[in-house]
Design a binder for this molecule. Structure first.
Ligand code: NAI
Ligand code: 15L
Length: 275
């Protein structure tokens, strides 16, 4: 957790969706430092009576338009992590990531919510090769239904900016875990502290319209170029480099003919969406 600045910019009420998930649990205590009230939502696990001081818990399925409409009432800004986070059959992706994102933006429009931080994914770009550099203007090449749904979410964000002036930062998160798990993650890793820095920058940058930024730490090996996102003011301070020797010792040989090694999306490029 970062040292909270002396005069932090405080939001009246932040909404965190996907609050029961891996990144949601990590961001929950961190976001509390930046708001008077943190509304936490998920389809799973969270019980309203588990809210601590300064928190509200509102369970909600993102595909339920009425429930999402109520969820956004009185919210200043949203950190939207909720939805399917891996390659899955179409039906859950349709519910959580397609219907869910439209419901969220419709509710934001009706309630006058000005800014959303959208957890997009590197899998929007998964079929670029690991020897190519991509930036925010490179055409999407999703690596499955999951990546496709995140590309759709980014397009929804663009529409709601163009037509209704709702600002979004779409963060194409690389791999946000305690440590990089394999050779690919040496390029895609985002530490939890850098995730907090990035979400905070995305919430507070003065002018973002709809901006796309790749979410990684300051890793020596990288296939992302964030030149078009400099205005967000994100400076990663961690690096996967400190884990390199250990990762390479664990995975000394890589098969250069394996699509999971060739493409940026790694194993997702060969995950079977139809089960
Ligand atoms: P996670 O799977 O642990 O958390 C997602 C949460 O969304 C879960 O708690 C789940 O119950 C909830 N959810 C799923 N379907 C829902 C629905 N229909 N209605 C309401 N809630 C629903 O994923 P994680 O790792 O915490 O990721 C958070 C977000 O960041 C996700 O959107 C994921 O796609 C994105 N992301 C994460 C990366 C990572 O490295 N952790 C990398 C790239 C993107
Ligand atoms: C993602 O989009 C997933 O949500 C996460 O679980 C990781 O697998 C990550 O991408 C990755 O590419 O490593």
């Amino acid at each position: 957790m970062l040292q909270t600045p002396a005069t932090p910019l405080r939001f009246e009420r932040l909404l965190l969706t996907g609050a029961a998930g891996g990144l949601g649990r990590e961001l929950r205590p961190r976001l509390k430092a930046y708001c008077n009230s943190l509304r936490l939502s998920d389809i799973n696990t969270l019980q309203p009576e588990q809210a601590s001081s300064g928190e509200e818990i509102v369970p909600c399925a993102l595909q339920d338009a009425q429930a999402v409409m109520k969820l956004l009432e009185g919210v200043s800004a949203v950190v939207h992590l909720g939805g399917v986070s891996t390659e899955q059959p179409w039906e859950p992706i349709l519910a959580g990531n397609i219907m869910g994102v439209v419901n969220l933006y419709e509710a934001a429009r009706k309630h006058g919510v000005g800014r959303i931080v959208f957890a997009s994914s590197n899998h929007v770009m998964g079929f670029y090769r690991q020897d190519q550099v991509v930036d925010a203007k490179s055409p999407p090449r999703p690596d499955g239904f999951y990546g496709l749904s995140k590309a759709f979410g980014e397009d929804v964000a663009q529409l709601y900016w163009d037509r209704w002036g709702i600002e979004t930062v779409s963060i194409r998160i690389g791999s946000s875990f305690p440590e990089p798990r394999d050779r690919r993650m040496l390029a895609t890793w985002l530490s939890y502290d850098d995730l907090e820095r990035l979400v905070l920058a995305a919430l507070t940058a003065p002018v973002v319209g709809h901006s796309i930024i790749y979410g990684t730490s300051d890793n020596q090996a990288s296939w992302y170029d964030n030149t078009h996102a400099r205005h967000i003011g994100f400076r990663p301070q961690d690096t996967s480099d400190i884990f390199r020797a250990a990762v390479e010792a664990r995975q000394p040989v890589i098969d250069k003919h394996d699509p999971a090694v060739i493409y940026q999306g790694g194993g997702f490029v060969k995950a079977a969406p139809h089960g």
